[in-house]
Design a protein around this ligand. Structure first.
Ligand code: TYM
Length: 454
């Protein structure tokens, strides 16, 4: 008879599988460690994986030197953390060369959440600093293609509601064109989208976005649409009162800067890989990427419309904000008051503190809160109260501004028209290029600037 000792050991529960973080334009999921715990999103890892450049002090110093503006607190605090060719945009600005801003929103619900407002508020700030045109795409086509159960009529209606939210963020009407894909796409824009689709194979979009044989064909074409919005030739009317009815080489040369959450980067890698292959080549658009405003539940997730408990919506009342923070905001505080006083809290994982890093302007005040919470002097309830006050003020101000967005105001932003902007008021002349060594230089011409030589 088999003894107990010889009996096969009861089967151990399977070890939870560790998993890598998964970030794509439609969902964001932090990694999972060996204990099955969700871990915070690793932004350095995603930047490395996608070969973006991290924003460093040297770039911020250059920004300040070139624009004369102190970098936004989200740049100073590393919340906008990564870029592609942002330095080239600074050079363009420095010399007064034209460029425009492009960003967007996928209208999957009638209201923005606080997370969406991060790249959008930042874009408004960039527009103020650079004084350049902005085109704002509402991808009502994308959302109906990708989200089960949404009709095109629904997403079009959400687009109009979202456009009011966007206007309430304070963009300058003279410099801003907002459009719904379902209403605007035609002529030059559509020609660009079709031409771009000819340059990209199914294998490439499958690799970039994970499509398979069962993906509807709208999804497969859509990346063309989101991409070509970064070409100046898609909007002939914003550059001139008498737009040419053909795409031109000159307009194609106008550069573009795209602010976004890092989840949107896969689209724009595709764009950058192909922009020079268009009939009228455009520069590779420059990109600047934000981290995600974390879900109320904390590490490993982003605030998302598909999980209403994770998000503060721009329609929430002061009372709802208070309840959400008090009930759901993950706390870095200790289990008991005594422990907290003795060991201190952990502000780095505390969602109320993280929200303050976004919305509290005063660096010194923020540093004081950090220290005091870490030492256990400030309690979780006190920290939550501070976050509630700052968020309530932000959302209430937004709601007041939104009330002023009448039908006429909405129509004025969405009308295709010539935009008006100033650019750099004091551009520096471009350095004169060195004469090429292998080129024969006529006697006496050696020291003349290149443009004066025959
Ligand atoms: P959408 O509607 O998913 O998101 C709009 C913008 O908000 C960013 N975002 C966030 N940023 C910080 N914290 C969060 N929790 C958070 N959640 C979303 C997104 O990264 C995005 O920048 N396909 C796009 C629309 C689009 C677009 C663009 C976006 C069209 N063209 C150009 C950026 C740039 C979309 O569905 O975004």
């Amino acid at each position: 008879m088999a003894t107990d000792a010889a009996a096969p050991a009861a089967e151990a529960p399977p070890a939870p599988a560790a998993a890598d973080q998964d970030i794509n334009p439609w969902s964001v999921q932090g990694g999972v460690d060996e204990n099955g715990e969700v871990v915070a999103i690793d932004y350095k890892a995603i930047s490395k994986k996608w070969s973006t450049s991290l924003i460093d002090d040297a770039l911020l110093e250059r920004f300040e030197r070139v624009t004369g503006h102190k970098p936004h607190r989200w740049l100073r605090r590393g919340l906008f953390f990564s870029h592609r060719d942002f330095d080239r945009i600074l050079t363009r600005y420095e010399h007064g060369d034209p460029f425009f801003l492009y960003t967007g929103r996928g209208p999957s619900t009638g209201s923005l959440h606080l997370g969406h407002t991060i790249p959008l508020q930042f874009t408004k700030w960039l527009q103020d600093v650079f004084d350049v045109p902005l085109v704002f795409m509402l991808t009502d086509d994308e959302k109906a293609l990708f989200k089960e159960g949404l009709a095109f009529e629904d997403t079009l209606q959400y687009a109009m509601e979202n456009a009011r939210d966007i206007i309430a963020l304070g963009y300058d009407q003279k410099k801003t064109f907002i459009y719904s894909d379902l209403k605007y796409l035609s002529n030059h824009f559509l020609m660009n989208a079709w031409e771009f689709s000819r340059l990209v194979t199914f294998n490439q979009v499958r690799g970039a976005f994970g499509f398979d044989g069962s993906s509807n064909i709208g999804k497969i074409f859509f990346p063309s649409v989101q991409c070509v919005a970064g070409f100046a030739t898609s909007y002939p009317e914003i550059w001139s009162d008498t737009p040419s009815n053909v795409r031109t080489k000159e307009i194609a040369k106008i550069d573009c800067l795209i602010p976004m959450g890092i989840d949107q980067d896969p689209y724009f890698r595709l764009l950058r890989d192909n922009s020079h292959r268009m009939r009228y080549p455009s520069p590779k658009p420059a990109l600047i990427h934000s981290k995600f405003l974390t879900a109320l539940q904390g590490a490993g997730g982003k605030m998302s419309s598909s999980n209403p408990n994770s998000a503060i919506f721009m329609t929430d009342s002061g009372k709802q904000i208070k309840n959400k923070i008090n009930k759901h905001a993950f706390s870095g505080g200790r289990a008991t008051l005594e422990e907290h006083r003795e060991l201190g809290g952990n502000p780095d994982v505390d969602v109320s503190y993280i929200y303050l890093t976004y919305f509290e302007e005063d660096d010194a005040k923020l540093a004081k809160i950090y220290d005091s919470y870490k030492k256990g002097e400030m309690l979780t309830g006190e920290l939550k109260k501070l976050a509630i006050e700052v968020l309530q003020a932000n959302v209430e101000e937004f709601q007041e501004r939104r009330k002023a967005v009448t039908d006429e105001v909405l129509a004025s932003f969405m009308k295709p028209r010539r935009l008006q902007w100033g650019g750099n008021p004091n551009p520096k002349p471009k350095p004169v290029p060195e004469p090429k060594k292998d080129k024969e230089v006529k006697a006496g011409e050696k020291d003349l600037p290149e443009r004066q030589k025959k």
